[in-house]
Design a binder for this molecule. Sequence first.
Ligand SMILES: [Zn+2]
Length: 192
Amino acid sequence: MNPLVLVNGSHACPEERPELLAVCAGSEVMLERQAALGLGALMEKVDGWRFITPVSGWRSFEEQEEIYRRSMAENGETFTRQYVARPGHSEHQTGLAIDLGLSGPALDFIRPNFPYEGVCQRFRTLAADFGFVERYPAGKEHLTGIAHEPWHFRYVGQAHARRMGELGLVLEEYLDWLNAGEGSAAWESGHI
Ligand SMILES: [Zn+2]
């Protein structure tokens, strides 16, 4: 799976099935191989597994369909459109996205708690060095089509994650930037 693949409301997930690995020993949560290795290294760096629960990683089309259907029934359309991608349009289907929650008794499956402090913030601060970006930040909802999700991280690889952080761009903007002259030049000269 191309780590820069764009999946959103107007771009469907490619049908290829990623090569998957469990995010940690004994977990049923899986990610695409490179993403799983990056996450493992980052978690080790912040001693994350002691405090952070992997809530949802790779999902099949059928799983996304079931989550969407259940959320429509339980939470209604307004909530579901904000937080749950339509089947075929979820980044989780690429295996490159993970939802994480601060471990606790009432961890929410759709909106897990992942605060901007403590171990979660240490994870967030170091995420780019291990290839991850916070995919749906506040203020970019009009570009991503998804509400602010502090818990959803997307693997794009270390070089791209760092550059996206420096430029303050979400994936939609970053791909436009790469396709524009400046981005292509930087890419070709090896500065990304
Ligand atoms: Zn997610």
